[in-house]
Design a protein around this ligand. Structure first.
Ligand SMILES: *[C@@H]1O[C@H](CO)[C@@H](O)[C@H](O)[C@H]1NC(C)=O
Ligand SMILES: *[C@@H]1O[C@H](CO)[C@@H](O)[C@H](O)[C@H]1NC(C)=O
Ligand SMILES: *[C@@H]1O[C@H](CO)[C@@H](O)[C@H](O)[C@H]1NC(C)=O
Ligand SMILES: *[C@@H]1O[C@H](CO)[C@@H](O)[C@H](O)[C@H]1NC(C)=O
Ligand SMILES: *[C@@H]1O[C@H](CO)[C@@H](O)[C@H](O)[C@H]1NC(C)=O
Ligand SMILES: *[C@@H]1O[C@H](CO)[C@@H](O)[C@H](O)[C@H]1NC(C)=O
Ligand SMILES: *[C@@H]1O[C@H](CO)[C@@H](O)[C@H](O)[C@H]1NC(C)=O
Ligand SMILES: *[C@@H]1O[C@H](CO)[C@@H](O)[C@H](O)[C@H]1NC(C)=O
Ligand SMILES: CC(=O)N[C@H]1CO[C@H](CO)[C@@H](O)[C@@H]1O
Length: 527
């Protein structure tokens, strides 16, 4: 009896165990089939986590890697083969998951914004549009513009733009004018339209070497000629005079990593279009822009305004703490960056952070993140990122007056390394045309955290949502034209993270201009 009972117990246990395994397997197989069927021709990377801890079994993460070849006519020839040996390696998995918002910059020795990562970018390779297709798109756009230009009034509240369309519609015979409020226009939905009237500026003395692609010898110029066209509404062309009027007597301040410097330099160049005497714009400390320095304040004398940049890789305080016998670098995720006193009092603040939250830049989270006197022995990067952003958010909510200051947060800009990482032959230099599809790229986890936190803030924060639209722009990176002289050896390091100027960051600034202007418009259109 006793014997039998224990046996039946064992067998039930065994049955439950095998059933679990069996159903996991079935699920896994169906899921794979579903995946392969629903995305037949794109590179796929999927990570399945079977959380077994609830079964009290060994704790490991089960990772699979689906890779399928993209179309044969793709212009990027690299293929990515699944790596079975990474089966149990959690650290590798983490880095891969980060790839979408990871920035790898390229000069470990002399740059302050290096991220060393062995993650691989998988990008859909796609042939460009043919020239006929562009003409069609273009003429449709023109029609669109003509049709809408007199009908759309932008009314905005915070960051939400709504379009109001007065449509002249015929109802029976009376042809009365009907006012129709359309749903909110999502300016992140749209396409890049080839526009020969771009770029918005040509030469510009504020572009530093790393972004000065044409100056470094890049000859193909199409990458400067794309305009972002939202699907459901228009964004106005940047008008430097009007922008300067909007910021007259004010401080426009960019705070963040080198990608924000990229955008800030673009803004300076775009504004110079309205300045007749360049001597009436100067750096208040007499500094020349280089990538080593992190603080700049340019004064536009005629408009009594300043356009400033402050480097802050994490927005929180990079600190040191005693660990054992040594003082080690830590990150105080509970304390705002020490430079924050400089940001206060700005009228327009544009923040970003994302790319430095990588495995290698944060010591894999081991003895790196600090709160109060406690250095966490180990903390997951997303947890740390969330806590740091909460620190930033409470700083904003406490010290920023929303009646005076308009706060923006720009989310992450994608990098486009193919066939390797920044330090192992990753490249993007063959691309001279945008991708025509980015559906294979997943929306970065860090963006979701940013959106989450912004939504909970007391201060309205406008999200500059550039991730998806920038994802098309594989052609917009400096690649080998990141410095002079250009190193043509195939082994040379490419920059597929930052952006050439003129180029993609100009569009981010057009979005910024759009938001500022529609906010302004809103002031005069309160009904
Ligand atoms: C696994 O599940 C447990 C409890 O259900 C949870 O605490 C833990 O965070 C999970 N682990 C992962 C990696 O999802
Ligand atoms: C997945 O495949 C890519 C190439 O397609 C490889 O570089 C990467 O290491 C693999 N990741 C895992 C977790 O197996
Ligand atoms: C797989 O990854 C391991 C380290 O994660 C590496 O040593 C090995 O060369 C990789 N194999 C392939 C085929 O990429
Ligand atoms: C990246 O990979 C290379 C070769 O696979 C290796 O030598 C290097 O140490 C790795 N770097 C990091 C930060 O893992
Ligand atoms: C985008 O590329 C795919 C092939 O990769 C092609 O079939 C499709 O027509 C392209 N779309 C446009 C709008 O050109
Ligand atoms: C623009 O208006 C014309 C006629 O007024 C119409 O035929 C055309 O379809 C419209 N285009 C768009 C994009 O609405
Ligand atoms: C940002 O844009 C992406 C792509 O269009 C979209 O999926 C996401 O919801 C947007 N985020 C917000 C907060 O609007
Ligand atoms: C730019 O804005 C200024 C001031 O609002 C205006 O006078 C000028 O006509 C605009 N330029 C263009 C090209 O629209
Ligand atoms: C023996 C053992 O590890 N038991 C654990 C099983 O998992 C539950 C929670 O998932 C724990 O509370 C037990 O301690």
């Amino acid at each position: 009896m006793e014997k039998q009972r224990s046996f039946s117990l064992k067998s039930t246990g065994f049955l439950v165990f095998s059933l679990t395994i069996f159903s996991s397997l079935i699920f896994f197989i169906f899921f794979s089939i579903w995946l392969i069927n629903s995305h037949p021709s794109i590179h796929q990377q999927t990570h399945l986590h079977f959380n077994r801890s609830s079964l009290n079994l060994t704790h490991f993460d089960f990772t699979t890697n689906f890779s399928s070849r993209s179309d044969a006519d793709s212009f990027l020839k690299d293929t990515h083969v699944g790596n079975a040996s990474s089966f149990h390696e959690f650290s590798i998995l983490e880095e891969i998951e980060e790839q979408d918002d990871e920035i790898e910059t390229t000069e470990p020795e002399d740059s302050d914004d290096v991220v060393i990562s062995n993650s691989t970018e998988v990008r859909e390779s796609a042939p460009g549009l043919s020239s006929e297709e562009i003409e069609v798109v273009q003429s449709r756009e023109e029609e669109n513009r003509a049709n809408l230009s007199e009908k759309i009034e932008l009314v905005s509240s915070g960051g939400n733009e709504e379009k109001k369309i007065k449509t002249a519609s015929l109802h029976g015979n009376d042809g009365r004018i009907e006012e129709k409020k359309m749903r909110q226009c999502d300016i992140t939905k749209g396409s890049w339209v080839y526009d020969a009237s771009y770029p918005l500026y040509n030469s510009c003395s504020f572009i530093d070497e790393g972004f000065n692609c044409a100056g470094n010898g890049r000859l193909d110029g199409d990458y400067m000629k794309w305009r972002w066209q939202p699907q459901d509404c228009e964004i106005p062309r940047f008008n430097a005079t009007r922008m300067l009027e909007l910021i007259r007597g004010k401080r426009l301040v960019f705070v963040g990593d080198s990608i924000n410097r990229n955008q800030w330099e673009s803004m300076l160049c775009m504004l110079m279009g309205a300045i007749r005497d360049p001597k009436r714009v100067y750096e208040t400390h007499g500094r020349r822009i280089t990538k080593e320095k992190g603080n700049y304040c340019f004064k536009f004398v005629d408009y009594k305004c300043t356009v400033e940049y402050y480097v802050s890789h994490f927005l929180v305080h990079e600190s040191k703490a005693r660990i054992g016998h040594k003082r080690k670098q830590t990150l105080r995720i509970d304390a705002i960056d020490r430079g924050s006193s400089r940001w206060r009092g700005a009228d327009i603040l544009i923040f970003n952070t994302a790319h430095w939250w990588s495995h290698s830049k944060t010591k894999a989270g081991i003895n790196y993140y600090q709160e109060g006197n406690q250095v966490h022995p180990q903390l997951d990067v997303y947890t740390a990122f969330r806590r740091a952003l909460l620190t930033w958010a409470s700083w904003v909510d406490k010290l920023i007056n929303p009646r005076k200051t308009h706060v923006f947060f720009r989310n992450s800009a994608p990098s486009h390394f193919s066939g390797g990482q920044w330090n192992s032959g990753g490249h993007c230099g063959e691309a001279t045309w945008p991708l025509n599809d980015t559906s294979s790229m997943s929306y970065p986890e860090k963006n979701k955290i940013v959106e989450d936190i912004i939504a909970q803030m007391k201060t309205p924060v406008t999200l500059l949502n550039v991730t998806r639209l920038s994802a098309y722009r594989i052609d917009g990176h400096p690649s080998i034209y990141r410095k002079k002289p250009v190193d043509l050896r195939s082994s040379s390091i490419q920059d597929c993270s930052h952006w050439c100027l003129p180029g993609v960051p100009d569009t981010w600034n057009e979005l910024l201009y759009f938001h500022l202007q529609s906010k302004q418009g809103n002031r005069f259109h309160i009904r």
